[in-house]
Design a protein around this ligand. Sequence first.
Ligand SMILES: Cc1cc2nc3c(=O)[nH]c(=O)nc-3n(C[C@H](O)[C@H](O)[C@H](O)COP(=O)(O)O)c2cc1C
Ligand SMILES: Nc1ncnc2c1ncn2[C@@H]1O[C@H](COP(=O)(O)OP(=O)(O)OP(=O)(O)O)[C@@H](O)[C@H]1O
Length: 149
Amino acid sequence: MTNDNPRTVIAQGTFDLLHPGHVHYLEEAATMGDELYVIVARKSNVDHKEAPICSASQRRDVVDALEVVDEAILGHEEDIFAPIERIDPDVIALGHDQHHDGGAIEDELARRGIDCVVERASGCESAREDELLSTRLIIDQILERRGQP
Ligand SMILES: Cc1cc2nc3c(=O)[nH]c(=O)nc-3n(C[C@H](O)[C@H](O)[C@H](O)COP(=O)(O)O)c2cc1C
Ligand SMILES: Nc1ncnc2c1ncn2[C@@H]1O[C@H](COP(=O)(O)OP(=O)(O)OP(=O)(O)O)[C@@H](O)[C@H]1O
């Protein structure tokens, strides 16, 4: 049976060098509705940490290949609310450590007339050996192991 009124969820992030923490986040975001769209951040908007290694379109293509994702799209360069206005989601799923203020996002959504709730996803609890679950930690580990002698 087809769902005539699917609940749409938006997740977002940099997604440079995909790891299981990303999969955890996207799988949880998908449970918040029926269709999952993912906005992949432009390099120019990743200003709170080191710039991503992979290009925006390559990061988008890898996220888009995940079964749990209905569609991954490139973020807007200037107005981060432009894709949200176009997709008109029911839920925005913030990552557990995303620096964005959920209240401020809700205020801006209301100002633009977008009826949407903001949820916070959980962190990935993995007790596995060799746990990294962070792009920064993976890159640090690569530099440590493979860096110049
Ligand atoms: C609701 C929402 C919408 C966003 N839309 C965009 C966008 O259109 N373009 C973009 O470059 N970044 C967008 N971002 C920002 C990035 O996706 C992201 O939060 C941040 O810049 C990358 O850091 P992170 O991976 O540590 O979260 C959005 C963030 C949020 C919370
Ligand atoms: N270990 C994790 N558990 C749950 N969610 C995660 C985890 N790692 C990343 N995410 C989520 O995935 C989304 C994209 O994360 P991002 O691209 O910033 O990866 P990251 O590994 O946290 O990067 P970095 O370590 O460079 O900050 C964010 O919403 C973030 O909260």
